[in-house]
Each structure stands twice: as structure tokens, then as C-alpha cells.
Design a protein around this ligand. Structure first.
Ligand code: C2E
Ligand code: CA
Ligand code: CA
Length: 609
């Protein structure tokens, strides 16, 4: 539109309210006003024309005829890719609101016919058919109570909207797996609870943590860990219904919200299904990994009525499942008293060392064929003043993460060797097996330290065996080999613990200076029920014998297993069926009084069963 035309439009708009019936006096005043208005508008006009956003001026709706475009600025033209001439005289259809937003367009018309301000965001089409996100404001301009025209402000907010959407997505999702994150999970969970409250139904929250993720990360690196987490996410999604929410809460922790389950059996079945799906080995870059998981379940309204309480209870149940190797478990009231609170445990653990709250328990290891007690495994416990007797699973991992494992390991070795000396003095020359964790293995001075303690308590190095888990060896095989060789050169025996759960290759096994392999108890406890586990135990025994090493089966919980192991040619056995880990004085009682009996003969004690 040319400069004069624009002025004409403005002038006509400004004089729109003049009427024949006005008196000369009023007419003069009105003309003066409208001249002023025209000046103002023409002044504004130049600003409007070059304004960054799209501006359109429309005539008012008259009866059934809707408003028409009287003017658009340059911003409007470039936004829609049109020339000004093309749009003058058009209806608001020219705003290009797409068909799927028909409702918004109809709403616009309603407002226009009611002379009301209208604001909306909608997707709009340019002349060339491309779409963008439109922010539209339509404002009626009145003069003397009468509508003179409409001003439309139009902005392309595609980029801002994309960014907002991206930010919103990022804030609600986990970057690695693209699953909902903790924020979104809580939101969905709260909504599900609200719905259940209204319909008197249930909601289940399943919290899951992988059992050996840290080992995978330590052994193969974060890149591997990341791929594994993505595969886990994929499997989880395949095990749930469309209405369930699977989320990653961080690390190797996942959660599933199951709205409106039929009953608790349905929830238990879902937990089992998830665990089963994770039992199939994962294959990452030609490496086969086995990763188990533990699941804790909390139910609305049975275990709590708000999301945070339920989340905490599911968390505690998960810890219980992990510690008890239960696979999954529902929340139970007694779990609450042992809420794992890492931070306070760390603080308390420092003091506990000084207050002597740790205690060593001993579990006998028996020679299968002769029934001789060959040695005892040292297992640490914490007599916590409030929480009661804590198993190592509740504090060793925290100690490892915080560096407290160092003073704790020192204390364990000192106390165990002191006990060994005391028993020897009492003519019970019993051998010991002590566990060390991955962190201790990395300690530069560990061999020297152990050597000086052996000297301090005057214990023959042959009385000491050190159990090192397969996974901590694999975390840094070269370093582990160096330390183990050093320990061996001191005359200390070595054993690979939890064999079968890590990922050591047979080449490594051949090189390691160990004389014993302990088959992980998960295989042993299941071997009589599950042929696959029996096959693994048998294979480990054969393998170990080929490499000239002994095999110890841990987790012998019944006589059937004991006999089966004997038939397989297993060398040593340990488990609840023989004896649970017990304090030092109880061990002596067990040696003298239990049905296994104490029957001194040569190298060890004969069990008299
Ligand atoms: P581990 O070295 O594999 O120890 C065997 C675990 O199996 C012990 O659990 C023992 O109580 C349990 N167990 C023994 N017989 C049976 C059975 O028949 N059935 C079942 N289901 N379990 C049985 P605990 O004492 O809770 O120790 C857990 C883990 O904590 C140990 O696993 C070891 O890795 C670690 N640990 C224990 N004491 C120490 C320690 O002094 N230092 C270090 N670094 N780690 C320790
Ligand atoms: Ca052990
Ligand atoms: Ca073990």
C-alpha cells in the first residue's frame, strides 16, 4: 500500500464515527479529534510497517460478513511469503490456521462476532504450504463505544516453541534411554494415584536396580554400560502394557508405574516377567553379559497413600530383595526400620570402628569326601546400636564408595589374625579365609600390610587364604595379577570368589596364581532344581580340575545338594546346611558339639556325621 492510500485508510477509519445528525459544534470537535487520531495513526503507521512482527488491520464484522484485511505490514508479508496486494480484502482465513486447528479458527470467529479480544497459538500455513507455529492476538479498537477496526498481532514462535518443547522433553526424559525420568515418573505416579483414589482402585510402583551393573562398568567401561542400559530399557518397555510408565531414575535404577492392576498377583506376575526378560543374556559387541536385577514393589493404597512414601517404601523393598537375593519383594512394615540411609551410615561407620561395633563371624568350609573342616571363612558383621545386626551387603558397598573400606579391611585382617593366633594357642589350629574387595586390591601397600600383620600375630602365611571376587580381578586384571603374585610369593593362598558371575576369560584363569575357585552360590542353591545350573557347577568343577585347582561350592543348603556335589567330584563345600556363619565362641561350640563334631585328625577336623 502506498503512503497516500495508507493515509486514506487511516482517515476513513478516523472519520468512521461521524454522522449526519451531529450538531456543527460536535462535528467540529469530532473532526478535530479525528484529525488528531489520523496524525497519531499515520505516525504509528510507519512504525507498524517496519515492525518485526506481523501486523494486520481488519475492518469490523458487519452482520454476516466477517472482518476483512485492510492493511498488513512487511512483517506479515515475509511471515506468510505473500505480497500485500494479495491479501487486502481477504478474510481471516488468510492467517492460514491449519484445518486440524479448525476449532481454534471457529473460536476466533466467535470472538470477532462478539467483539472480544482473541488470543491463541496454532499451527499456520504459509503461501508455499510450509507450516509454522503462530501466536495470534486480535484486538478490537473502539472509538466512542463503536468498533472501528481490528488490529492483529502475529508472531512466528516456531523456534521458541521448539526450544520450549525440547527443554520440556529434556526436563522430563532421560538423555541416554529417552525413557521418562524421575520428574515425569513422579508426575505420572501422582496422577495415577489421584485416579485410583477416585475409582477406589490400586496403583503399583516397581523399583528396579541391576545386580551387577557396576561390575560391567568397571570391567568393560562406561560405553558398554551405556549400551547395556539402553538394551535394558528396551526390554522393560516390551514387558509392560501401554498404560504403564517405564522410567529411568538414574544410574542403573528403573521404575515402572502400573495403574489399576487387577490384584497383587498381577503385579507379582509383572515383576517376574521383567526379571525373566532380563535373565536372557545381553550381547554387546560380541560379548555375552548376564545381568540380574532386584525389584521392590509398593502398592497404593496398601503401603502408602502418597507418591513419596510409596517411592521410599519401594526403594527399601528393593534393597531387601537385593540383600535377600529374592528377585522381587513387596514392601513390608519391618523393612522400614532398616531404611538404607547411606549418608548417616557413612558417618556412623567411622565411629563404629572406634566403638568396636564390628564383629567377625566364621563359617566352616568342609572337605567333601573326608568331611574334614579345612578352614573357616571370615565374614564381617556390624552390631549397629539402632539397626541391629547388619550383613556386609548393607555397608561394604558404602564403605567401598567412601574409602572407609581401607580402615575396615585393616581392622578385619588384624582381628581375624588375632583370633587365628588365639585359636592356635588353644590348640585349635584352624585356617582362615578372608575376603578382600576390589578397592583393597587396588591399594598399593595391601601385600606389605598383610605381611606385617602375619608377623605381628605370628601366623604362618599358609594359614591364610584370601578370597578375591572374579569381578574385582577383572576390573584391572594386570594389576590384580601383580598383587596376587606378590601375595602368593609371601606364601598366602588365593581363591577366586563368586566364580561364574563375572566375565573372566579362561586365559586369565590359567594365568592367575589361585589354588581354589568358589562356584557362586546362586548356581549351587539352584542346582538340584535347575539342570542348567547343575551343568554350570559341573563345568566349573571340570575346568578347575583341568587347571589343577580346587573347587569350593558355597551355598549348600540341603543334603541333596551336598550329595550331588560329592558325585560331581567337588572338593570343598560351605553352606547353611553345614553351618551358618557364627561368632568365634559359637564356632568352637559347633566344632565340639554339632553333628559334624570335632574329630582332630591330621590336617583338619573330621566331621563325625
Ligand atoms: P561371599 O564372600 O560370597 O560370602 C558368602 C556369603 O554367603 C555370606 O554372606 C554367607 O553368609 C552367605 N552364605 C553362606 N552359606 C549360605 C547358604 O547356604 N545359603 C545362602 N543363601 N547364603 C549363604 P554375607 O556374610 O552376608 O556376606 C556377603 C558378602 O559380603 C560376601 O560374599 C563378601 O563378598 C562380602 N564380605 C563379607 N565379609 C567381608 C569382609 O570381611 N571383607 C570384604 N571385603 N567383604 C566381605
Ligand atoms: Ca567369600
Ligand atoms: Ca561367594
Amino acid at each position: 500500500m502506498s503512503e497516500e492510500k495508507w493515509s486514506e485508510t487511516v482517515a476513513s477509519l478516523g472519520s468512521a464515527s461521524l454522522s449526519d445528525t451531529d450538531s456543527p459544534e460536535i462535528l467540529r470537535r469530532k473532526l478535530g479529534e479525528s484529525r488528531l487520531l489520523a496524525e497519531q495513526l499515520s505516525f504509528l503507521g510507519s512504525a507498524v510497517r517496519v515492525a518485526g512482527q506481523g501486523i494486520a488491520i481488519l475492518t469490523p464484522a458487519v452482520e454476516t460478513i466477517g472482518p476483512r484485511i485492510a492493511f498488513v505490514n512487511d512483517g506479515f508479508c515475509s511471515m506468510y511469503g505473500v505480497r500485500r496486494e494479495e491479501v487486502i480484502g481477504q478474510t481471516p482465513v488468510i492467517f492460514g490456521i491449519v484445518d486440524r486447528h479448525q476449532a481454534i479458527f471457529e473460536d476466533l470467529l466467535d470472538h470477532v462476532f462478539d467483539n472480544e479480544t482473541f488470543e491463541a497459538e496454532a499451527t499456520a500455513k504459509r503461501k508455499d504450504g510450509t507450516e509454522f507455529e503462530l501466536d495470534l492476538q486480535l484486538i478490537p479498537v473502539e472509538d466512542g463505544g463503536e468498533l472501528t477496526h481490528w488490529v492483529a498481532f502475529l508472531r512466528d514462535i516456531s523456534e521458541a516453541k521448539n526450544q520450549v518443547q525440547l527443554l520440556r522433553h529434556q526436563a522430563m526424559h532421560d538423555g541416554l534411554t529417552s525413557l521418562p525420568n524421575r520428574v515425569m515418573l513422579l508426575d505420572r505416579f501422582e496422577k495415577a494415584i489421584e485416579k485410583a483414589r477416585q475409582s477406589n482402585s490400586m496403583v503399583a510402583l516397581l523399583l528396579m536396580d541391576l545386580d551387577r551393573f557396576k561390575e560391567v562398568n568397571d570391567t568393560f567401561g562406561h560405553h558398554f554400560g551405556d549400551i547395556l542400559l539402553k538394551q535394558v530399557a528396551f526390554r522393560l518397555q516390551n514387558q509392560v502394557r501401554l498404560e504403564d510408565t517405564v522410567a529411568r531414575l538414574g544410574g542403573d535404577e528403573f521404575a515402572v508405574v502400573v495403574p489399576d492392576p487387577a490384584d497383587t498377583d498381577t503385579v507379582a506376575a509383572a515383576a517376574r516377567r521383567i526379571l525373566n526378560s532380563l535373565e536372557q543374556p545381553f550381547v554387546i559387541e560380541a560379548q555375552v553379559l548376564e545381568v540380574g536385577a532386584s525389584i521392590g514393589v509398593a502398592l497404593y493404597p496398601v503401603h502408602g497413600t502418597d507418591a513419596r512414601t510409596l517411592l521410599r517404601r519401594a526403594d527399601v523393598a528393593m534393597y531387601a530383595a537385593k540383600q535377600g537375593q529374592l528377585g522381587y519383594t513387596f514392601h513390608r512394615d519391618e523393612y522400614d526400620s532398616r531404611t538404607p540411609d547411606d549418608l548417616s551410615l557413612v558417618v556412623e561407620m567411622r565411629a563404629a570402628l572406634e566403638r568396636d561395633e564390628f564383629e567377625l563371624y566364621y563359617q566352616p568350609k568342609l572337605h567333601l569326601r573326608s568331611g574334614l573342616v579345612t578352614r573357616v571363612e571370615v565374614l564381617v558383621r556390624w552390631n549397629h546400636p539402632q539397626r541391629g545386626l547388619l550383613a556386609p551387603g548393607a555397608f561394604i558397598p558404602i564403605a567401598e564408595r567412601t574409602g572407609l573400606i581401607k580402615p575396615l579391611t585393616d581392622w578385619i585382617f588384624n582381628r581375624a589374625l588375632q583370633q587365628c593366633r588365639a585359636w592356635q594357642d588353644a590348640h585349635v589350629p584352624i585356617h582362615m579365609a578372608i575376603n578382600i574387595s576390589a578397592k583393597s586390591l587396588q591399594e598399593q601397600t595391601i601385600a606389605a600390610k598383610i605381611h606385617s600383620l602375619l608377623t605381628k600375630w605370628d601366623v604362618d602365611p599358609r594359614f591364610l587364604k584370601i578370597e578375591i571376587t572374579e569381578s574385582s580381578i577383572m576390573a584391572d586384571p594386570a594389576h590384580a595379577l601383580a598383587v596376587m603374585s606378590l601375595l602368593q610369593s609371601l606364601g598366602i593362598r588365593l581363591s577366586i570368589d563368586d566364580f561364574g558371575t563375572g566375565y573372566s576369560s579362561l586365559t586369565h584363569l590359567r594365568e592367575l596364581p589361585v589354588d581354589e575357585i568358589k562356584v557362586d552360590k546362586s548356581f549351587v542353591t539352584r542346582m538340584t532344581a535347575n539342570p542348567a545350573d547343575a551343568a554350570i557347577v559341573r563345568t566349573v568343577i571340570d575346568l578347575a580340575h583341568n587347571l589343577d585347582k580346587q573347587v569350593c561350592a558355597e551355598g549348600v543348603e540341603d543334603e541333596v545338594t551336598w550329595r550331588a556335589l560329592g558325585e560331581m567330584g567337588c572338593d570343598l563345600a560351605q553352606g547353611y546346611w553345614i553351618s551358618r556363619p557364627v561368632p568365634a565362641d559359637k564356632l568352637l561350640t559347633w566344632l565340639t558339639e554339632s553333628s559334624w563334631g570335632l574329630n582332630l585328625s591330621g590336617a583338619g577336623y573330621r566331621a563325625g556325621r
